[in-house]
Design a protein around this ligand. Structure first.
Ligand code: BTN
Length: 257
C-alpha cells in the first residue's frame, strides 16, 4: 500500500505533487496526463500508478515494473511554468532529482547516463520519458514520466542495460512514500533554478556523468556511431568527437565500445 500520510508529511513543495492522484491500474501515467483531460490541468499534478498495463520507455520500448513494488509516476507541467524553460533541461533536471534523492537518502553513489538514465554501479535503476503536447507552435504541456526500481528483485525480459533496484543494492525494503517526496522536493527546486541558472543544472548533470571523456558508441535509429563523449551542449544534446569533427546527437542510446 502507498501511505498517503507518510508522503504528505515529507512533501515540502509549493506546487509539485500538491495535486496528487493515486491509481491502482492504468495504461500509462504519461499517456493519461498527456491526453489533456479536464481533471489534469494543474501544473505540478503527479499521477502515480501501482501498475501500468502499457508502460512506455524511450524509443517505443516498454517499461515493465512489478505491481506495487516500485514507483511509476508522471509529473505534469503546464505552459504557466514553461516559458523560458528548455524541455531538454527538464529532462536533465528530472534525472538529477532522482539521482540526488537516492544519494541523500541512501548514501548510494549514482551516475547519469545520457540523456536521462540513472545508474548504480553501471546498472539502471531509473528511466525517464519526457513527452510534450503542442498546440499550434507552442508547447501546451510537458509530462515527465519517471520509473524507479525500488523493491523489485527479479527482472525478466531483455534489457539493453542491466537493471537493478535499491533493494538489490541495499538489501532492505525502501519506503516509496519517502523517496517520492524527496524527488519532488528536489525537482521543484531545480525547476525554479532552471529559469534563471540553466548552466548550473547543466554543470551538475555533467558532474554526475562519468562517461564524459570516454569512448562510446551511439545507436541512433539504425545507425551506429563511435567516438568520444566530448560533452553536452547548452541544450543538453550529446557532442560526439569523431576524428576531426564534433557531431551533435539529439536522440540515441549510449553504450561503451
Ligand atoms: C526509459 O528508460 O526508457 C524511460 C522509462 C520511463 C518509464 C516511466 S514509468 C512512468 C511513466 N509512464 C510511462 O508510461 N513511462 C514513464
Amino acid at each position: 500500500m502507498f501511505e498517503l500520510e507518510n508522503f504528505d508529511i515529507k512533501l515540502e513543495t509549493d506546487f509539485i505533487g500538491r495535486n496528487f492522484i493515486y491509481c491502482d491500474e492504468i495504461e500509462s501515467t504519461n499517456t493519461e496526463l498527456l491526453a489533456g483531460k479536464q481533471q489534469y490541468k494543474k501544473t505540478g499534478t503527479v499521477l502515480l500508478a501501482e501498475k501500468q498495463l502499457a508502460g512506455k520507455g524511450r524509443k517505443d520500448r516498454t517499461w515493465q515494473s512489478a505491481r506495487g513494488l516500485n514507483l511509476t509516476f508522471s509529473i505534469l507541467l503546464m505552459k504557466d511554468v514553461l516559458s523560458g524553460i528548455n524541455v531538454n533541461h527538464l529532462n536533465l533536471a528530472a534525472s538529477l532529482a532522482v539521482a540526488s534523492a537516492i544519494e541523500n537518502l541512501y548514501q548510494l553513489k549514482t551516475e547519469l547516463k545520457w540523456p536521462n538514465d540513472v545508474l548504480i554501479d553501471k546498472k539502471k535503476v531509473s528511466g525517464i520519458l519526457t513527452e510534450t503536447s503542442i498546440k499550434g507552435t507552442k508547447i501546451e504541456r510537458v509530462v515527465i514520466g519517471i520509473g524507479i526500481n525500488l523493491n523489485q528483485i527479479v527482472f525478466q525480459g531483455e534489457f539493453n542495460f542491466p537493471p537493478t533496484s535499491l533493494k538489490l543494492e541495499l538489501g532492505n525494503n525502501i519506503e516509496r512514500e519517502i523517496i517520492l517526496a524527496e524527488i519532488l522536493n528536489i525537482f521543484e527546486g531545480l525547476l525554479l533554478e532552471l529559469e534563471s541558472k540553466p548552466k548550473v543544472i547543466l554543470n551538475e548533470w555533467r558532474a554526475k556523468c562519468q562517461m564524459i571523456g570516454d569512448k562510446i558508441t551511439i545507436t541512433e535509429n539504425d545507425e551506429v556511431k563511435s567516438g568520444i563523449f566530448y560533452d553536452i551542449d547548452e541544450n543538453g544534446y550529446l557532442l560526439l568527437k569523431r576524428k576531426d569533427s564534433i557531431e551533435k546527437i539529439h536522440f540515441g542510446d549510449v553504450s561503451f565500445v
